[in-house]
Design a protein around this ligand. Sequence first.
Ligand code: GUN
Length: 295
Amino acid sequence: MSARILDGKAVAREIREELRGDVEKLTQQGVTPGLGVLLVGDDPASRSYVTAKEKACAEIGIYSEEVRLPATASRQEILDVVEGFNREPRIHGILVQLPLPDAAMEEEVIAAILPEKDVDGFHPSSIGKMMLGLPTFLPCTPHGILHLLKRSGISARGKHVVVVGRSNIVGRPLANLLSLKNELGNATVTLCHTGTPDIGAFTRQADIVVAAAGRPNTVTAEMVAEGAVVIDVGVNRVEDPTAPRGYRLVGDVDFNALREKVSAITPVPGGVGPMTIAMLLYNTVRSAEKHAGVQ
Ligand code: GUN
């Protein structure tokens, strides 16, 4: 059996089209949604993510404003940019691309973002509300995964979902959201990580496996049950002299082997990545609506 490929690119396009209409309405009311983007340093992957996000904004009429700082930028220089975006009425959402060159600064920088502009959903206040099931901005990758499952007709309700990877950006928020008692959650969740001695012992019992470890081949064919659903969050650059740029992108799972065994799987690229961007646009539009007093 060959698995159904979950086309995140197509689902994300659908969401962006819906948002385009919302942006049009807002703009007619005199409010153009605005996203402030801060990129620190010159990591090529971060640069390319930021470019993709800004392009997606422009395509649906969201205004975006980018500030770039060198990798040597001080804590105060970074905080000044965030404060500037906080005060700027044209900016409804703030995106500080992570990781920062100095990861030790991340906590303070994220905490400096006004929660009402925290469209990444990384502020401690947003995370606390998410965890309690209260309305807030949800982090884009976990939120994107929930919507990709929903729009693909796959319900997590009552299923055993095994998440591999405990990052603050993906693994832990996703595990939390899936455990909530609501339409997109109600799953039984297991969170595996580098401290788990035998990850396969858990993933083999999963109806849905989410690989978010940041390492190629973290999930292999013998680690999943026949007919499982596999969501691959990994974006890893591996050297490939035959590829135009000298590298190609692979996820965290052994895609070619898994697709013969599972019922559905996301590709890399074209799976979760476009959904992350769509949910960033979604949060930015919702923030602008709130600012404009739209219900
Ligand atoms: N780095 C990896 N994923 C993300 C994301 O969703 N938002 C930000 N700001 N940085 C990231």
